[in-house]
Design a protein. Structure first.
Length: 317
C-alpha cells in the first residue's frame, strides 16, 4: 500500500494541473447527476400526469441538455485520463530501462527475461487501467452515494432502509469474494510468470533443443505448468464471477422490492409515479457507486501487486 501511495504522489506531481481540472469537471458531473432525477420527477408529475404539453417540452429539453453536458464532460475527462496514463507508462518504462541498464550482470542471471517482459507489459498495463482516474472515481462515488442517500431519506425513509439493508448484505458477501480473489491473483501472477520465463527460454534456445531432440522434454514441462496456470485461472474466475452474479441478483431483488413497496404507496395515494421513478434514479446513484467502489477495490488489489513488482526492480541497488 505504501508503494501505491508513492505511485499516486508521482502521478499527481507530474499532472497537477490536469488532475485539478479533472476534479472540477467531476464536481460538475456529480451535480448534474443529482439534478437529473429531480427533472425526471417533474417531467412525470407536472408534464405527463397533468397533461401540460408546455411544461413537458421545457422539462424534456432540460433533461436532454443535462444529459448532453454530462456526456461532453465525461468525454473531456476520458481524454485527459488517457494522456495521464500513457505519459506515466512512458515515464515508468524509461525509469526501469535506465535502472536495469546500470545493474550488474548478476541481476540478469537471477531475474529471468520473461519475468521482466511481464513487468514491462502486463504489470504496467494493469497500472494504466487502474490509474489515478480510479481513485477520483472512488472519491466521487462515495460523495454521490452520501448525497443520494440524504435525498432518499427525505423522499421515503422506509424504502431507504430496505436499500441500505440489501447494500449491507452486498458489502459483506463481496468482502468474502475479494479476500479470496486477492490471494488467487498473487498465485496466478506467480504461475504465469513461470510460464513466460519457460517460453522465453525455449524461444531463445529453440535451435539447440531441436538439434539435441529435447523439445519433447520442454513440451512435457510446459504442459505441466500450463495445467497449473489453467487451474489457478479457473479458481480466480470462480470467485470473480461469483461476486459479480451475487451482486446482480441482490440488486435485481432490491429493485423489485422498491417497485413493490412503491406500488403500494401509489395505490394508497401516498406517492406519485414521478416520485417513484425519481426514487429509483437516486437508488441507482447509491447502488452503482457502491458496486464501482467494490469492483475498484479488487482493481486496486491487482494494481498493488503490479506496483509491488515494478518497485521490486526499481529498488534493486
Amino acid at each position: 500500500m505504501v508503494k501505491y501511495i508513492f505511485y499516486l504522489r508521482d502521478v499527481f506531481l507530474m499532472n497537477r494541473k490536469r488532475v485539478i481540472f479533472v476534479l472540477i469537471l467531476s464536481i460538475a458531473t456529480l451535480i448534474l447527476s443529482i439534478i437529473q432525477p429531480a427533472v425526471i420527477q417533474q417531467l412525470m408529475d407536472q408534464g405527463i400526469l397533468k397533461q401540460n404539453i408546455q411544461k413537458l417540452g421545457i422539462l424534456f429539453g432540460l433533461l436532454i441538455l443535462v444529459a448532453f453536458i454530462q456526456c461532453i464532460l465525461k468525454y473531456i475527462m476520458a481524454i485527459i485520463h488517457i494522456k495521464i496514463k500513457k505519459e506515466y507508462s512512458y515515464y515508468i518504462k524509461i525509469k526501469i530501462f535506465n535502472h536495469i541498464s546500470n545493474l550488474s550482470g548478476s541481476f540478469f542471471s537471477d531475474k529471468k527475461t520473461g519475468e521482466l517482459v511481464k513487468v514491462l507489459e502486463n504489470d504496467i498495463y494493469t497500472i494504466e487501467n487502474a490509474g489515478i482516474d480510479l481513485i477520483i472515481d472512488v472519491i466521487f462515488n462515495v460523495i454521490t452515494s452520501i448525497w443520494a442517500i440524504s435525498i432518499l431519506c427525505s423522499i421515503n425513509f422506509q424504502l431507504l432502509f430496505v436499500v441500505l439493508f440489501i447494500e449491507l448484505i452486498i458489502i459483506i458477501t463481496q468482502q468474502y469474494f475479494i479476500k479470496h480473489m486477492y490471494k488467487k491473483v498473487e498465485e496466478l501472477r506467480c504461475v504465469s510468470g513461470k510460464s513466460m520465463n519457460f517460453t522465453e527460454e525455449f524461444l531463445s534456445n529453440i535451435l539447440n533443443l531441436i538439434l539435441v531432440k529435447a523439445d519433447k522434454i520442454f513440451m512435457r514441462k510446459f504442459r505441466e505448468i500450463e495445467k497449473i496456470n489453467i487451474t489457478k485461472t479457473v479458481e480466480y474466475m470462480r470467485f470473480s464471477e461469483g461476486g459479480k452474479q451475487s451482486n446482480q441478483f441482490m440488486n435485481s431483488l432490491m429493485i423489485g422490492i422498491v417497485y413493490f413497496i412503491s406500488g403500494i404507496f401509489i395505490i394508497k395515494g401516498e406517492m406519485t409515479i414521478g416520485v417513484m421513478i425519481a426514487f429509483l434514479q437516486y437508488v441507482s446513484l447509491v447502488v452503482n457507486p457502491f458496486l464501482l467502489i467494490i469492483n475498484s477495490y479488487s482493481q486496486i488489489q491487482n494494481m498493488t501487486v503490479s506496483i509491488k513488482k515494478v518497485y521490486e526492480i526499481l529498488d534493486i541497488p
